[in-house]
Design a protein around this ligand. Structure first.
Ligand code: SAH
Length: 248
C-alpha cells in the first residue's frame, strides 16, 4: 500500500487534512477517491491507516486509524559526508544510503571535486537530492526522511563534526596506514553518532588526508580494490550499520 509522510500540522485528532501538492498527488496522480486508503507515516515513528472521506477542490479529509509504532530507524545517527560526484552516481549513493539507514547526507566540495554547481543552482540541486532521499525513505519504510544538507567545503565539514567516531574512507595508495571499519568502531559499539566521509571520483588528496588527521580522523580502508565513490559510500554505510548491530 502507498505510504505518505505526513506532518503533525496536517492532523486534527483522528482526521487528516491535506491540501496543495498532496491533494493533487493523491487525487490526480494516484486517482484515489473516497474509500481508498494509504499509510500515513508520522515523524514520531508511528503509522496510521488513512482512509479518504471527503475530497474538495482545496482540501481532502481522511480518517485515521489508531497509531502503530514503526521500528525501522537505526539507533545510531549516521551522517554520510559525500564529496559531490556526477549526477547518476550521486543519485545512486543518496538513494542506497537512505535505504540502508543514514540520518543525513552532507554533500561536500573537495579539492578534486569535478562537478561544478553554479551558485544559482545550488538550492535546486539540494531540493532534487532531498526528493530522492524522501522517495528512498518511503520505499524502504522508514519513518524519518533523512535531510540532505546544503553543500559545504571539506574543511568546513571537519569543523562542524560533533562528538562520535568520524571515518574517512581512503584507498590504500592514498593513506599510509589505515584501519578497517571493524577496528575503528571496536570501542564505539554504543556510539550515538557516526560520520562517514567518502571522496569524489578522483579521491581525497594528501592535503585533505592530513587536514582530516588534524581533526582526529584516521583513514579507513575497504580493502585492496579501488571502488567507485558511490560503491564506497554504500559499502561504508552498510559496514558501519552492521558493526553497530543494526543489520540483524
Ligand atoms: N583516487 C582513485 C579513486 C577514488 S575512489 C583513483 O582515481 O584511482 C573514490 C572514493 O571512494 C575515495 O575517495 C574513497 O573515499 C572511496 N574508496 C574507494 N575505494 C576505497 C577503498 N578500497 N578503501 C577505502 N575507501 C575507498
Amino acid at each position: 500500500m502507498r505510504r505518505l509522510f505526513i506532518s503533525d500540522e496536517e492532523v486534527r485528532g483522528d482526521r487528516l487534512l491535506l491540501g496543495g501538492t498532496r491533494l493533487h498527488y493523491l487525487c490526480n496522480v494516484l486517482r484515489m477517491g473516497p474509500g481508498d486508503s494509504f499509510i500515513a507515516v508520522r515523524a514520531n515513528a508511528t503509522q496510521q491507516l488513512a482512509t479518504l472521506i471527503g475530497v474538495g477542490d482545496k482540501e481532502l479529509t481522511a480518517s485515521l486509524s489508531a497509531p502503530e509504532p514503526v521500528n525501522t530507524e537505526p539507533r545510531v545517527e549516521l551522517t554520510l559526508f559525500q564529496a559531490i560526484i556526477k549526477g547518476k552516481a550521486m543519485t545512486l549513493a543518496i538513494q542506497k544510503c537512505v535505504e540502508l539507514g543514514v540520518t543525513a547526507i552532507a554533500p561536500l566540495f573537495t579539492e578534486r571535486t569535478v562537478v561544478r554547481i553554479k551558485d544559482a543552482d545550488r538550492t535546486k540541486k539540494q531540493r532534487r537530492w532531498q526528493q530522492i532521499a524522501e522517495e528512498a525513505a518511503r520505499q524502504s519504510e522508514r519513518v524519518r526522511v533523512p535531510e540532505v544538507l546544503a553543500a559545504v567545503d571539506f574543511e568546513q565539514a571537519l569543523f562542524s563534526l560533533n562528538a562520535g567516531p568520524a571515518l574517512l574512507f581512503a584507498e590504500r595508495h592514498v593513506a599510509a596506514s589505515s584501519m578497517s571499519v571493524g577496528e575503528a568502531l571496536a570501542g564505539h559499539k554504543d556510539a550515538e553518532r557516526v560520520a562517514v566521509f567518502v571522496g569524489p571520483e578522483g579521491g581525497f588528496n594528501n592535503h585533505e588526508i592530513d587536514l582530516a588527521a588534524e581533526h582526529g580522523l584516521t583513514p579507513i580502508t575497504l580493502g585492496p580494490r579501488v571502488l567507485r565513490a558511490e560503491t564506497a559510500a554504500i559499502v561504508a554505510c552498510a559496514l558501519v550499520l552492521y558493526e553497530l548491530g543494526d543489520m540483524q
